[in-house]
Write a protein that binds this ligand. Structure first.
Ligand code: SF4
Length: 705
């Protein structure tokens, strides 16, 4: 904490939007308002901020939408009434206890967020898995990174990003798949742009069905057909193998599965792959050539690979490119999955998903479960994974689940086939909503509403996309009676008469979590708040007083035999295909200046000006027969619902494919901007991540009645 004059206090913190994890300086003014600037001492952003980070202070200074007091409803159709914390938590504890006693612990579930701080995640996971006795805890990270999590574990033996951002400047081939970092991870992309500008020979390959701003610096844009990523990655691998542009020694010493992979590729043709992908053979050859010629091959990806019914296979086939070329564990080389949320990584560290245990232990491993149970002093932990995000809402709909606690997330915008999710929430016997905003779509269905502190009103830590743990101080007092999320979870646990939730402060929670990592691959047991604050941030594992920028430099992977796994996966995918009735493929995504469900960014006028409302992008070839002109209103329908939005006619999308942004929910009670009315809850069988990037829709020009 530094003070530069009598009226302003400066605090070093971390941006709460995306997984880049930029360092910010909060300037607290004498009148209680704050300003934000980039922190030049933070290694992730070196003082730079994107439009969202730069305007973060507006989301804190404007308190007009904040929930101020706990509220409770005394009957499903009665209004919410203000109550005190004691009353609200006693009611929640009484109802949860009754259901647990009557129907068992699997009759309740907790749905949280990748925006929770690590300490909040930790206590919630401990409460649910260790004391309530169910694994029904999941977060919206399931909708974001779970395919990458599963693939890392399957290929490298650990859910871990082996590289660091400094590898950007050490790479000479950057391969960006299913991502638009120029809009969605802008500060990382700024580093890529600077690197390319200083070194024009660096090759940038962008793989995306859309022409995005990230393509502006691309040497090669592979505008593939949606869903064909695996076919493309296989074709690149085949060319590399047939040209002898692989690292045979690395494969022999440090990987298994190559022979089966090679045999499978021998049956395939690059010509056919090009036809399937909608590319030319020469484009695929060029991509393979850029990878082969590089010393540093860095791949980046986000939802285009993850949010798919074959998301794990897409990730595995990309990881294969690193493994067959040996371009991993070396400076400038390796996979860098870009985390969508600010602390999705921290949530995985504490085991905060339905299929995980703390410190990357395995839920299916009885010794691991026993270790955690003994450490917590709680109940026996079950081996069966709990319900994941979409599964929770299915279970509410069919009555298996009686009660749900929703914290820091807005599933009624973000879940696929969201009208079904809304119907499910209506059927829930008991709903607790822990929120900062009085506009959340979940509130009409809440029996108990708990006001939560927002970013900068609570302390804790987060881990960004390069495993970098940063400290976030409490700089502001939360309005009204709002409490930090970890405090709410601990108070609830004590109402349930559970032991082990009497933490004197937030650091005590952090230290307990850190102790549980001792001896694991993510060991931070020697790390405390003071060390994180002094060094500004540290990358795990932290051993011998050293941060770890890069993993697998010795090529000893975290599998039992220390070898990475090359997986032979099929390129088939079972997404809902277009047909005569629904002839277009819908893909969804983010826009530059909005964040998730807009609970923060919608408060900032400057950000709303960029793109003020949802829109459909259509290629001119598709627009013509539909009689569409720019800004015409269209009704987009799928088998699940419809939206009514203006259209933008743009050659930046492939013919036959249309795009809608994912941020908008209900406006004035109407849900006709809510893109997830359309999407499909088809899941990847391993990661349980939904197929947000592919469903079949029809388009009709809106005509006034
Ligand atoms: Fe925040 Fe991400 Fe922008 Fe950095 S890039 S300022 S972390 S939103």
């Amino acid at each position: 904490k530094e003070s530069n004059d009598k009226s302003t206090t400066q605090l070093k913190s971390t941006c709460c939007y995306c997984g880049v994890g930029c360092g910010v300086i909060i300037e607290k003014q004498f009148n209680g308002l704050i300003n934000i600037k980039g922190d030049e001492s933070h290694p992730s952003n070196r003082g730079l901020l994107c439009s969202k980070g730069m305007n973060l202070h507006h989301t804190v200074n404007d308190q007009s939408d904040r929930l101020l007091f706990p509220q409770m409803r005394y009957g499903k159709h009665l209004p919410l009434l203000r109550v005190d914390w004691n009353t609200a938590l006693e009611r929640a504890a009484a109802v949860f206890s009754t259901f647990i006693e009557k129907y068992g612990p699997d009759s309740v579930a907790f749905y949280a967020s990748g925006q929770c701080l690590t300490e909040e995640y930790y206590v919630l996971n401990k409460l649910v898995k260790g004391f309530i006795g169910t694994n029904n805890i999941d977060t919206n990270s399931r909708l974001c990174m779970s395919s990458a999590v599963a693939a890392y574990k399957m290929a490298l033996g650990e859910d871990t990003v082996p590289v660091c951002y400094d590898d950007i400047e050490l790479s000479d081939c950057i391969f960006v798949a299913g991502a638009n970092p120029a809009w969605c991870h802008p500060i990382i992309w700024r580093r890529v742009e600077q690197h390319k500008a200083a070194n024009p020979s660096v090759k940038i390959i962008v793989i995306d069905p859309r022409v995005t701003d990230s393509c502006a610096i691309a040497d090669l844009h592979l505008q593939l057909n949606p869903g064909t990523d695996i076919t493309l990655f296989h074709a690149i691998a085949k060319i590399l193998i047939e040209n002898g542009q692989i690292d045979a020694s690395f494969i022999q010493l440090h990987a298994t599965g190559f022979d089966a992979f090679k045999r499978m590729l021998a049956q395939q043709s690059v010509h056919e792959a090009a036809l399937i992908c909608g590319l030319s053979e020469s484009q695929i050859q060029l991509a393979a050539n850029y990878i082969a010629q590089s010393n540093g091959f860095l791949s980046m990806w986000t939802m285009g690979l993850n949010q798919s019914a074959v998301g794990v296979n897409k990730n595995l086939s990309l990881l294969n490119l690193h493994l067959i070329t040996g371009k991993i564990g070396k400076p400038g080389s390796g996979p860098l999955s870009l985390t969508g949320q600010p602390n999705a990584m921290g949530g995985r560290e504490v085991g905060g998903l339905a299929n995980l245990l703390p410190a990357h232990r395995d839920l299916g491993n009885s010794a691991h479960r026993q270790e955690v149970q003994v450490f917590w002093g709680g109940k026996e932990i079950g081996s069966k994974p709990g319900l994941t995000a979409t599964e929770m809402f299915d279970a509410l709909a069919d009555g298996r689940l009686k009660a749900i606690w929703i914290a820091c997330t807005n599933p009624l915008i973000s879940l696929p086939d969201v009208r079904k999710a809304e119907e499910a929430l209506k059927k829930a016997k008991f709903v607790v909503v822990q929120e900062i905003s009085n506009k959340a779509e979940t509130l009409p269905y809440a029996d108990v509403v708990l006001p939560a502190a927002a970013w900068s009103e609570k302390e804790g830590t987060m881990t960004n996309s390069e495993r970098r743990i940063s400290y976030l101080p409490k700089g502001n007092i939360a309005p009204g009676e709002a409490l930090a999320d970890q405090e709410i979870f601990c108070r609830f646990a004590k109402k349930m008469h559970f032991k082990g939730f009497d933490f004197p402060n937030t650091e005590a929670i952090y230290l307990e979590h850190a102790q549980l990592t001792k001896g694991t691959n993510i060991d931070i047991s020697q790390l405390n708040y003071r060390l994180i604050q002094e060094s500004r941030s540290i990358q795990w594992p932290y051993k011998n007083q050293q941060s770890t920028p890069r993993l697998f430099t010795d090529h000893a992977f975290h599998t039992p035999d220390k070898k990475a796994r090359i997986h032979t996966v099929t390129a088939n995918f079972n997404s809902e295909q277009p047909d005569d009735q629904y002839p277009y493929i819908l893909t969804t995504g983010r826009i530059r200046d909005q964040w998730h469900t807009r609970s923060k960014t919608s408060k900032v006028n400057k950000l709303n000006q960029h793109i003020p409302r949802a829109y459909l992008t259509v290629h001119p070839i598709d627009a013509k027969p539909l009689g569409l002109r720019e800004d015409d209103i269209v009704i987009v329908r799928s088998r699940r619902g419809e939206v009514t939005v203006p259209c933008k006619i743009d050659r930046a999308i492939k013919p036959g494919v249309v795009f809608l942004p994912m941020h908008w929910g209900k406006i004035s009670g109407s849900d006709l901007n809510r893109v997830n009315n359309l999407t499909n809850k088809l899941l990847d069988p391993i990661s349980k991540e939904p197929d947000f990037k592919f469903c079949a829709v029809q388009i009709e020009k809106f005509k006034k009645p």
